[in-house]
Design a protein around this ligand. Structure first.
Ligand code: PLP
Length: 475
C-alpha cells in the first residue's frame, strides 16, 4: 500500500485530479507567519504488483474472466469485458480499448464517469467522515432529505442502500400505514397490485412485486398477496383494487427493465383516483426512470399527478449505493422508531455525494438539456434505423430509449460492443435499452447512432438465434 498526498490545485498533466483544482489559500500559522497552502488529499493506492500476471502482454480480459469464474458466485451472465477506468461518457477496458457508454452502469452514472465536482465532494467527505450509523445524527443526511423534500411532493425521506431496499421499505410503510389508519380493524389491508413487465427488485418483498416469473419462481414462496395486472389496462386495474384488501399499488411511470414502456396520462391519473377511493397508497417506483432521466426531475411530473410514496436509487449518489423512499406526512405519521432501519443507510459519504448529484441534475437548465438531447437522439434513431425491417419501434422519453426488434437484441449488443459502443437489453431480450450518462453530447449521440446503424447488419447474418450472453436479467 502506498500513501499519495495529492495537492488538489496541482495542474500537472500527471495528476488525475487536475480538474479538481482549488485555488491555493494563505493561512497564518500559530507563530503568526503567513504561508501559501494547497488543499491536499491523501490517497492510499494498492500496488499494481498485487495482480502482476494481469499487467503483462495482451489478453488481460480473458485472464480476468477465468479468474472471476473461480471465485464469484455465478449470479451474472456478464458481457466478456473487463473495465478499468472511465472519463465522461467513455470507458476503457484492461486491454486499452475505448467504449462509448450508453449503459451508465444500468442507468446509474448520470454525470458520467469521474465528474470532477462529485469526485472532489467524495474525496473531501471521505477524508473527514465516512460512516457513523443511524445511532447518531449527521448533517449530510439531513441536508439531502431537505433537498429531496424541497424538490418533490414529499414531506419526509427514509434512506436505504439500493432500489430493492427502497421498495422493501415502501412495502413495510404501506402495511404499517394501513394498520395505523385502521386501528380497530382485525385484518387491515395487506395486499398489493403490481403490473405485467414490472421490475421492482430481487429481495423477497420486491421480488413478489416483480412480474417476470423467471426471477420469482425459483424462490417461492415469496411475499403473498400480489395481483399482477396488465400495465395501462384501466378496467382490469379497477377490478383488482379492493377497499380493505389493497394496501398499495406499485407502478413505474416508465417501465425500464420491462422494455421501456411509458404509462399514459390517463392510466396514472386513474391510478391516483382509484387508490384514493379504495384507501390504498400509490407508490411510484422511479428507481430507473427518476432523477432527470426523462428530462423531468421526476418522471411523474409529465403526468400532473403525485404518489403517496416514491422510491429512488440508481443515479442518486453518482455510483455509490443508495436508496431513498420519499413519503407524504400522512404515510410518515404511521411510522415509529424501530419499524425499519439500516446500518449503512444515509452515511455522510453517500449523502454528500448525492447532494453533489442533486445540485447538478435538479438544475432546470440541465433538465432542459436532457429533454433536448433525448428528442434529438430519438429523431436521429428514427431517421437512421427505423427503416430496418427488424426494428419495430423506437420509444421512450428523454435519455431512456428503447428499440424494439422482431428478434433477440443480443447479437446487436455484441456487435455494438465490438465496435466500441456499450448498450443494454430489456423486455424479453428483444429490446435495446439506451440509457447514456445525462451529460452526453450530441456528437456522442451521433456516434452511437452511427455504430448502431452499422451494427444492425448483424441481424441479417442469421446470428439472431445465437445464445444470449447479455440477457435482460442484468438489472
Ligand atoms: C424500476 C426498478 N426498481 C427497482 C430496481 C432494483 O434496484 P436495485 O438493483 O438497486 O436493487 C430496479 C433495478 O433495475 C429498477 O429498474
Amino acid at each position: 500500500m502506498t500513501l499519495l498526498r495529492i495537492p488538489l490545485n496541482q495542474s500537472s498533466m500527471q495528476n488525475p485530479l487536475r480538474q479538481l483544482s482549488a485555488p491555493p489559500r494563505v493561512v497564518k500559522s500559530s507563530c503568526g507567519k503567513s504561508k501559501l497552502i494547497s488543499e491536499c488529499i491523501t490517497v492510499a493506492v494498492e500496488e499494481e504488483a498485487r495482480v502482476p500476471s494481469l499487467r503483462t502482454g495482451n489478453g488481460k480480459s480473458k485472464e480476468v474472466i477465468g479468474w472471476e469464474s473461480k471465485v464469484l458466485v455465478g449470479t451474472y451472465a456478464r458481457a466478456p469485458l473487463v473495465l478499468e477506468s472511465g472519463r465522461g461518457c467513455k470507458l476503457y477496458d484492461v486491454d486499452g480499448k475505448e467504449y462509448l457508454d450508453m449503459s451508465s452502469g444500468i442507468a446509474v452514472n448520470s454525470l458520467g464517469h469521474g465528474d470532477p465536482d462529485w469526485l472532489l465532494t467524495v474525496m473531501k467527505q471521505a477524508s473527514k467522515l465516512t460512516h457513523v450509523s443511524n445511532v447518531y445524527y449527521s448533517i449530510p443526511q439531513i441536508e439531502l432529505a431537505e433537498c429531496l423534500v424541497a424538490r418533490s411532493f414529499a414531506d419526509r425521506v427514509f434512506f436505504c442502500n439500493s432500489g430493492t431496499e427502497a421498495n422493501e421499505a415502501a412495502i413495510k410503510f404501506s402495511r404499517k400505514f394501513q394498520r395505523h389508519s385502521h386501528p380497530d380493524e382485525k385484518h387491515p389491508a395487506t395486499e398489493f397490485i403490481s403490473f405485467i413487465n414490472s421490475f421492482h427488485g430481487r429481495t423477497m418483498g420486491a421480488l413478489a412485486l416483480t412480474s417476470k416469473e423467471h426471477y420469482r419462481i425459483p424462490f417461492e414462496p415469496v411475499m403473498p398477496g400480489v395481483t399482477f395486472v396488465e400495465y395501462g389496462n384501466i378496467e382490469a386495474t379497477r377490478k383488482a383494487i379492493t377497499r380493505g384488501k389493497t394496501a398499495a399499488v406499485f407502478v413505474e411511470p416508465l417501465q425500464g427493465e420491462g422494455g421501456i414502456h411509458s404509462a399514459t396520462m390517463e392510466f396514472l391519473q386513474f391510478l391516483r383516483g382509484a387508490c384514493d377511493e379504495a384507501g390504498a397508497l400509490l407508490v411510484f417506483d422511479e428507481v430507473q426512470c427518476g432523477l432527470g432521466r426523462t428530462g423531468h426531475l421526476w418522471a411523474h411530473e409529465a403526468y400532473s399527478t403525485f404518489p403517496d410514496i416514491m422510491t429512488l436509487a440508481k443515479p442518486l449518489a453518482g455510483g455509490l449505493p443508495i436508496g431513498a423512499v420519499l413519503v407524504t406526512e400522512k404515510v410518515a405519521s404511521a411510522i415509529s422508531p424501530g419499524d425499519h432501519g439500516s446500518t449503512f443507510a444515509g452515511s455522510p459519504l453517500v449523502c454528500h455525494a448525492a447532494l453533489a448529484v442533486m445540485e447538478k441534475i435538479s438544475n432546470p437548465g440541465f433538465l432542459a438539456s436532457v429533454a433536448k438531447k433525448g428528442s434529438y437522439f430519438k429523431q436521429k434513431l428514427n431517421q437512421k434505423i427505423s427503416g430496418n425491417p427488424h426494428v419495430k419501434e423506437v420509444r421512450g422519453s428523454g435519455l431512456i430509449l428503447g428499440i424494439e426488434l422482431d428478434v433477440s437484441a443480443s447479437p446487436l449488443v455484441e456487435a455494438c460492443r465490438n465496435k466500441g459502443l456499450l448498450i443494454l437489453t430489456a423486455g424479453k431480450g428483444d429490446v435495446v435499452r439506451l440509457v447514456p450518462p445525462l451529460i452526453i453530447s450530441e456528437q456522442e449521440l451521433d456516434q452511437a447512432v452511427d455504430i448502431l446503424s452499422d451494427a444492425l447488419a448483424v441481424l441479417e447474418e442469421g446470428t439472431s438465434s445465437k445464445k444470449f450472453w447479455f440477457p435482460a436479467a442484468v438489472v
